[in-house]
Design a protein around this ligand. Structure first.
Ligand SMILES: [Mg+2]
Length: 407
């Protein structure tokens, strides 16, 4: 790594290797956004599950790619991105902080999943442009790498498993692939947690623990489907199996109750995939409602905002484990952030998405021994292939997925 900075300084001083025009009059890169394309495709995971990418194009022959995938809100998201495009055209893509704040604050009604996911995607695309223009990976723009690889934990591995034996068999596949951590969704209850729910959940967790052995990290995700009493009861049952975290044991929008639960159980509480911006995480941190936070780079405000959220969490000695259930740009961008974040814990990766990720990317995501290799090359170090997007047309939208367990 030594030499990268000097090389960059040399490029800027000499100007000969820089791939865009530098305007010294204005003291900034003289680049202009000319177009914004919204690209949607099917994730081939389940009906109506799509990925949404944004491609920000400049007059310097450089484009940046961001991702905003927001399942079941695809049409609203596309409209928001197209509206934002009107503001972006003609702007300098290097002014990331200005653009972020303009999109977030210069409107009367802001925030929420649609607006924040649109801002996140644009933010990611702008970081990609800046990295490409300066000829460096995005992680260099964030202060440089602390690590060359980032620990990943496997999700999406248990797809069709239902019984403890099937979970154990699938978990062994995760172990055999080299991972050292996984997450599962063993909880059956919603507002009512019965003894049968408790017993079935405990049996699943016990089977997985027995299969993977001591030392392997197991995280549990309740997807916010328990009530406070049910979550407390379940935590007592699964505590003997050395659980790394209890994710979204209850909903995320009453930090007082979440903090009360966090104090009452011994498994660390994790939350954050449905929270946006540093303001969304403030109360969670101040009240001690989570020991691990999980902002999503495609929803919480992009790499700019996750950097701030992570730093804020660091002052509470809380690590980040970025949520990542979306497409390949989400994964790659998260990896750049993880590489230079001191309080990074581990990165979610959907193992069942990996083949499509790598079909879609010009440079593949590399995972070895359960670690993601930090991408090299300008910007993200990879790009999306539009012909692959076109080969997987977006599926039917279902705004409200039917799931009777909620009721
Ligand atoms: Mg989750």
């Amino acid at each position: 790594m030594v030499g990268d900075g000097r090389e960059l300084l040399g490029r800027l001083t000499q100007g000969s290797q820089v791939t865009v025009t530098i305007s010294t009059k204005k003291g900034r890169m003289n680049v202009e956004i000319t177009d914004v394309k919204v690209l949607q495709m099917s994730a081939d995971h389940r009906k109506g599950w799509n990925w949404t990418f944004v491609k920000v194009i400049t007059d310097a022959g450089i484009h940046g790619v961001g991702e905003a995938s927001l399942q079941y809100k695809d049409r609203s998201l596309k409209a928001e991105l197209e509206d934002f495009a009107g503001f972006l055209k003609g702007r300098n893509p290097f002014e990331i902080e200005y653009i972020w704040n303009a999109l977030h604050r210069r409107v009367t009604w802001t925030g929420g999943p649609v607006t924040m996911s649109a801002i996140s995607a644009i933010d990611l695309a702008l970081w990609d442009i800046k990295g490409k223009a300066l000829g460096v990976p995005v992680y260099e723009l964030l202060g440089g790498k602390l690590r060359d690889r980032v620990m990943a934990y496997a999700n999406g591995w248990s797809v069709d498993a239902t019984t403890p034996a099937e979970y154990a068999r699938r978990a062994q596949e995760v172990v055999d692939t080299g991972y050292q951590a996984l997450k599962l969704y063993p909880f059956r209850g919603a507002q009512l947690v019965t003894k049968q729910d408790c017993d079935e959940t405990t049996a699943l967790v016990a089977a997985v623990r027995e299969q993977v052995g001591d030392g392997f990290l197991i995280a549990l995700d309740a997807r916010a489907r328990l009530n406070a009493w049910g979550a407390m009861r379940m935590a007592e049952k699964v505590e003997p199996y050395d659980i790394t975290w209890f994710e979204e044991p209850i909903l995320f929008d009453n930090p007082d109750v979440l903090a009360e639960l966090a104090r009452a159980i011994r498994i660390p509480v994790a939350t954050g995939e449905q929270l946006y911006t540093r303001w969304g995480f403030r109360a969670i941190l101040e009240k001690g409602a989570a020991k691990i936070i999980q902002p999503d780079i495609c929803h919480a405000g992009g790499i700019s905002e996750l950097r701030k959220i992570a730093t804020m969490a660091e002052t509470y000695y809380v690590p980040i484990a970025p949520h990542n259930s979306n497409g390949p740009i989400s994964t790659v961008a998260s990896c750049h952030l993880d590489a230079c974040t001191p309080n990074f814990f581990m990165q979610e990766i959907f193992v069942n998405f990996l083949p499509l990720y790598n079909e879609l990317l010009t440079e593949p995501i590399v995972i070895e021994g359960g670690y993601l290799k930090v991408p090299e090359g300008p910007g993200w170090g990879t790009d999306i292939k539009e012909e692959v997007i076109q080969a997987h047309p977006a599926g039917a939208y279902s705004p409200v997925p039917a799931d009777q367990r909620y009721f």
